[in-house]
Each structure stands twice: as structure tokens, then as C-alpha cells.
Design a protein around this ligand. Structure first.
Ligand code: COA
Length: 180
């Protein structure tokens, strides 16, 4: 996910809707990832599979009635109390309006109240992705000033292509039912 983005100028958004995706939404997620031009673009099949198998840990955001953002996540199989956020993206025209934060908050609020409550959130971020770093640090502040630990997860050498290294952000424990 190597990218450096700047906060774009404010764009009027009157109506935001965050929802759990269904299989029919996989194509929209792929389109948003494609439009971002900076995310690792997975196959369209991968987004469809996520929507089919992990909809409870994914989100789709609509702004002014149009798909404008998505989040792909899953509970770690060896530790279901940990949510791993793999990809989050917002269309450029809708950035800087808390859309990504709202998707994260909506998701974690649901999962924190589930039978197996999520207590930790992980993601990986490249060194140059300021927007994503700020997104997750801001998330930690809202959720009771949770700790944020960072450590290299995958170095550039792990990747078979020219992908940059990915730093693991571990956030938690999360003990609140909802953000501050
Ligand atoms: C990262 C991304 C999803 C953020 O979406 P967004 O809806 O604009 O984020 P938010 O408006 O919720 O902002 C969250 C926080 O990050 C900060 N932030 C957002 N973009 C920033 C930027 N470019 N530079 C510095 N801070 C930034 C905001 O100020 C906000 O902080 P605050 O809560 O303290 O005010 C968006 O920039 C994006 O889609 N980037 C391309 C894809 C990508 O890199 N995804 C992450 C890796 S998978």
C-alpha cells in the first residue's frame, strides 16, 4: 500500500451511509480500489470472496448516494479478538471528511459488542503513507487513547515484486463500547 496523499479541498457531502457489504458489492469495492490508483489492486474475485465470506468485518461507504469508500478486514484465525484491517480506501473527492474513520468506528463498534468482542485492531502501513498512519492514530485516540505499537511485519525483501515494506500497527486493548 505505498502512497502519500494530501488532504483534498473540502467537497460537499450531505449524506453518508455505512453498510455491511453483500456479495453484490464486491464489484464496487474493486472499482474504488482501482480508482485509488495507489492501493494494491487485488483481483475482482478477491473482493467478491471477501464480501461472501467476511461481510461482518468489511464495510462499504456511500456518500451522496454513491459508493465512495470500502474497508476489507477479517478476524485473525488464531486470535479472533484481533481485527486485521487489510485495505481501506476512500475516493479522492470524498477524502478528509472522516469517511474512513466512520467506517472503522462503525465496524469496531459492532465487533466490540459481538459474542467474541474485538479488543485489538491491526493493520500494516508503508512508511510513506501519512494519511493511513494518521487515520489509525486518530482511531486509537478516539477509542480511549489506546496504545499503538509498531514493528516491521513484512520487509521489502519478503515481497517478490518491488513492493515496499509493511509496518504492523497494533492498536489496543479496546475497552470502550463506542468511540469517545
Ligand atoms: C487513507 C484514507 C483511506 C483516509 O481516508 P479519509 O476518509 O480521508 O480519512 P479521514 O477523513 O477519516 O481522516 C482520518 C484522520 O487522518 C487524517 N488524515 C487524512 N488524510 C491525511 C493526509 N493526507 N495527511 C495527513 N493527515 C491525514 C485526518 O486529518 C484525520 O485525523 P483527525 O481525526 O485527527 O482529524 C484515504 O486517504 C485513501 O483512500 N488513501 C488511498 C488508499 C490508501 O492508502 N489506503 C490505506 C492503505 S490500505
Amino acid at each position: 500500500m505505498p502512497v502519500t496523499t494530501e488532504i483534498p479541498r473540502a467537497h460537499p457531502i450531505n449524506d453518508v451511509r455505512i453498510q455491511r457489504p453483500s456479495t453484490a458489492d464486491g464489484g464496487e469495492m474493486w472499482r474504488i480500489a482501482w480508482r485509488s490508483t495507489s492501493l494494491d489492486l487485488n483481483s475482482s474475485y478477491a473482493y467478491l470472496l471477501y464480501c461472501r465470506d467476511f461481510p461482518d468485518t468489511c464495510r462499504l461507504a456511500y456518500a451522496n448516494g454513491e459508493p465512495a469508500g470500502f474497508l476489507l478486514g477479517y478476524r485473525r484465525p488464531e486470535n479472533p479478538e484481533t481485527l486485521f484491517v487489510w485495505q481501506v480506501a476512500v475516493d479522492e473527492s470524498a477524502r478528509g471528511r472522516q469517511l474512513a474513520s466512520r467506517m472503522l468506528d462503525d465496524l469496531v463498534q459492532d465487533l466490540a459488542a459481538s459474542d467474541v468482542p474485538v479488543r485489538h485492531v491491526e493493520t500494516t502501513i508503508t512508511e510513506d503513507n501519512t494519511a493511513s498512519q494518521q487515520l489509525f492514530r486518530s482511531f486509537a485516540r478516539r477509542w480511549g487513547d489506546a496504545d499503538v505499537e509498531t514493528a516491521e511485519l513484512f520487509s521489502a525483501a519478503h515481497f517478490p515484486d518491488d513492493h515496499a515494506g509493511e509496518v504492523l500497527y497494533s492498536i489496543g486493548p479496546i475497552d470502550l463500547p463506542s468511540p469517545n
